[in-house]
Design a protein around this ligand. Structure first.
Ligand code: ZN
Length: 343
């Protein structure tokens, strides 16, 4: 089968690899669409330490089941499926309590670390265990289904945040996940949704997708601008979707006393926080990790048109062009958000 292999850091090679084998509880998926994730782009130069070559990356995928293992009961050849990006153990202490995303030893498809290596979906075929599969609704395309993972990440962040109808919310970072959080906040009944970013094009897109206000962080006095839009108090909740010191500070500064600040971005391993502001204003800092079963909801919202994934789709190209598009994403080409490869 054709596969786009990261042979060494910053070096791709389109190779002919043997089709992956499947265990009794696994299925073989003929990949139809697979998104290039920001973590793949950061991973390819070795800086994250989570894409040790050689590796076939790719964890945001959809396809058609081509083979089923002997223990697979609920899935058949020909089923249209997408799958969780993480493979979690079912007998783990956290999994037994429903916290699949926190389970020990979870592995990510298309990721290699010193502890594990799992070949991903930048290839014609990928094998995955049956317990992470989700059926794609008939009216959802493979490309839309390949974008379900970031939608589910956004829904998970909302699920951890106390939101009431008519609340005000700030979203710091109008990249892909931020844009999905904005759409989800609108569905959750927030009536004031303030997007903050440095890029005016992304802010314009945020407003198209449901943000009621947009603030360019370069305009200064961001917290004061948010207060002016929220009865002088600050927002009821905020989401940080970048993962850097200044943006975390903004997310904290923009909320009212007693608010929850949900942290999704994690580019920087450590940042400074204004401790006294957090304590004396009784803020709750809530981390949000990956996804915990929000795939079904994400697929349903895409199917019903309530979440627009096409808005963030920049290009849909053959797998053969993958290496070029990685370069363009790595160079942060303006206007590029999501690129989907079609093996
Ligand atoms: Zn991803």
């Amino acid at each position: 089968m054709k596969a786009l292999v990261l042979t060494e850091y910053n070096q791709f090679d389109l190779q002919d690899l043997p089709k992956p084998g499947i265990r009794p509880n696994e299925v073989l998926v003929r990949v139809q669409a697979v998104g290039i994730c920001g973590s793949d782009v950061h991973g390819m130069d070795g800086s994250s330490g989570r894409r040790i070559p050689p590796i076939v990356m790719g964890h945001e995928a959809s396809g058609i089941i081509a083979e089923v293992g002997s223990d697979v009961r609920d899935w058949s050849v020909g089923d249209r499926v997408t799958f969780d990006s993480t493979v979690y153990a079912l007998d783990d202490w956290y999994s037994r309590r429903g916290h699949y995303n926190l389970s020990d030893g979870r592995e990510v498809v298309g990721v290699s670390t010193p502890d594990f290596k799992r070949q991903g979906a930048f290839a014609e075929y990928v094998s995955v265990p049956q317990h992470i599969l989700y059926a794609i609704p008939d009216n959802v395309t493979f490309t839309q289904a390949a974008l379900v993972e970031p939608v589910a990440v956004a829904l998970h962040a909302l699920s951890l945040t106390p939101i009431q109808i008519n609340d005000s919310a700030v979203v710091v970072g109008a990249g892909m996940i931020g844009l999905f959080i904005i759409q989800a906040l609108k569905l959750a009944g927030c009536t004031t949704i303030i997007a903050i970013d440095l890029d005016d094009d992304r802010l314009a897109l945020a407003q198209t997708l449901g943000a009621t206000h947009a603030i360019n962080a370069r305009s200064g006095e961001v917290a004061r601008q948010v207060q002016a839009l929220t009865h002088g108090r600050g927002a009821d909740v905020s989401f940080e979707v970048v993962g850097a010191g200044p943006t975390v500070e903004t997310a904290i500064e923009c909320v009212r006393k007693g608010a929850t600040v949900t942290l999704v971005g994690n580019l920087a391993p450590t940042v400074e926080i204004p401790l006294q502001a957090v304590v004396t204003r009784q803020l709750r800092l809530q981390g949000s990790c990956a996804i915990n079963g929000e795939y079904e909801a994400a697929l349903a919202l895409i199917s019903s048109g309530k979440i627009n994934v096409e808005a963030i789709l920049s290009a849909e190209v053959p797998l053969e062009e993958g290496a070029d598009w990685f370069k363009r994403l790595y160079a942060k080409e303006k206007g590029l958000i999501k690129v989907v490869l079609k093996p």
